[in-house]
Structures are given as C-alpha cells and as structure tokens.
Design a protein around this ligand. Structure first.
Ligand SMILES: C[S@@+](CC[C@H](N)C(=O)[O-])C[C@H]1O[C@@H](n2cnc3c(N)ncnc32)[C@H](O)[C@@H]1O
Length: 248
C-alpha cells in the first residue's frame, strides 16, 4: 500500500484548486492552543507549509520517503517547517511540547488495525503538552456494504504546465470487515508520451467506542465530537466524525 504512495508522490498535488479555506481552518483551530503544530501523515506537507507561513512552528511527517522528498522540493525554503520521514506508530522526535496536532481527511484509516491505532495515539500523545489538542477527522463504519463504479477525475484546476494528469477511480465498502477498498489508475501525459500506474488503498473504519477507548489509553480525554468542520454536534446519524481530544 505504501508502495502506491511512492509512485503517487510526484503528482500528489495534481489538482491545484485553492485549499486556503481548509488551511485557514487548521490555522484558526491551532491558534486556540498555541504555536507548535504537529501534522502526522502529511504527504507533501502542503497544509504544514501554509500553516508555517502564517507564523506557526510546524513539524509534519510521513512514512513515505518520496512524499517528504517531493515536499522538500516544493517547501524546503519555508521557515519554521520541518518535514520528516517517520511512522506515526513509532516515532520519537526531540520536541515533546506540541500544542496542536491534526490528522485530516480520513488519513488515520490507512492504519490497518486497532493495534496500530493504539500505537499511533501513544506516540502522538508522548509529543504533546498537557492541555494540547489532537483533532481527528474520521468516518464511522456503515452497516451496509456499497460500491461505486469507475469514474474519471480531472483536476479542478490543473497544477502543472509540463504534463496532464487524470485518474480513473472506483471503490467498494465491505460492511463485514469495515474496509473501504479504493482503486485508481493515474495517467500522466507529457511531450514524451503517456504513462500510467495503479494505485490502491484500503481504509479500515473503526467503531466509535474503540477509538475513544484507545485515545483514553494513550492519555487523551475526548472533549468534543462534531459531524463537520462547522462544529455541529455529532449525532449517531452522521458517519463523519470529528474528535477533539485533549492531552491529560
Ligand atoms: C491521503 S495521504 C495524506 C494526505 C494529506 N492529508 C494531504 O492533505 O495531502 C496519506 C498519507 O499517509 C501516509 N502514511 C500511511 N501510513 C503512515 C504511517 N504509518 N505513518 C506516517 N504516514 C503514513 C502515506 O504515505 C500518505 O502520504
């Protein structure tokens, strides 16, 4: 699975649409807790670069070397941004006084089982100050299986002048295993011709109670549960689940 991110790194920012509202959301969220921000599973570190440019002190990390390498090429000159190769399940940075950490857009679901989730929470907790906040954007498992057929995706705003990138993607969710399988073919066309590669990931969804217990075990108290970024309270009808957990 990580192999697939290696190939993807060079065109991860294929869609150049304006992410400013999302990045501002994270800046405003972080500002309530302090200046030191930790971003696990950051891919190229796009959000981290934006947040650092707004005056925060950011450490962003990813297990895929190629992602961090491409991130360095794009954002290496940004002040107060460290981009590091590390595994969220087992990392040990010198700084242990982060004020705010976030894992956005379902990224945590790439971890394959509760053991990895528990290790990730323990590792993150050990880098955070008392009173610091960990915000998680998760999806709760559906009781129903579903699948969706192949669709072609073009960038909303093309981000490259030297190549064209588009993707075919399809997916399938299995309620028995709570796994969401996503398969894509990524196409890259430039003046030398066209190449493509397959990309497949599995998102493992988890029961709410298990995540809350794992956070508690790692030293976090869940202070808020929301169903969207507008902070509407979470209700069992919502599969979207945003957690605000505070380090004890
Ligand atoms: C969907 S991408 C992240 C996208 C990112 N949120 C963004 O806005 O660009 C998920 C990333 O998680 C990384 N990842 C997967 N397992 C990881 C692990 N155990 N530790 C750290 N990063 C991991 C992958 O390499 C990949 O870059």
């Amino acid at each position: 699975m990580i192999e697939d991110y290696k190939k993807h790194a060079v065109v991860w920012d294929w869609d150049g649409y304006d992410n400013t509202p999302e990045f501002d959301y994270w800046c405003n969220y972080a500002a309530q807790f302090g200046k030191k921000v930790l971003i696990p599973m950051c891919a190229l570190g796009q959000s981290g670069a934006y947040i650092a440019q707004k005056g925060f002190d950011v450490t962003a990390f990813d297990i895929t070397e190629e992602m961090i390498y491409e991130g360095q090429k794009r954002f290496g000159s940004v002040k107060n941004l460290s981009l590091i190769v590390a595994d969220i399940c087992d990392f040990d940075f010198d700084e242990k006084d982060f004020d705010f950490a976030f894992i956005a857009t379902q990224d945590l679901h790439l971890l394959p089982d509760m053991e990895s989730i528990k290790k990730a929470f323990v590792s993150v907790a050990s880098h955070m100050k008392k009173g610091a906040c960990l915000a998680l954007e998760l999806i709760l498992p559906s009781q129903e299986s579903y699948e969706y057929p192949t669709r072609t995706f073009h960038p909303r705003v093309p981000n490259y002048t030297d190549k064209k990138v588009w993707k075919d993607g399809r997916g399938k969710y299995d309620a028995a295993t709570k796994r969401h399988f996503i398969e894509q073919v990524v196409y890259i066309e430039d003046d030398k011709g066209m190449e493509s590669f397959h990309y497949s990931i599995i998102l493992q969804y988890y029961e709410r109670e298990k995540i809350i217990a794992a956070l508690d075990h790692a030293g976090f108290i869940v202070k808020g549960e929301f169903s969207n970024r507008s902070r509407e309270p979470w209700t069992p009808k919502s599969r979207e689940w945003i957690i605000e957990a505070i380090r004890r």
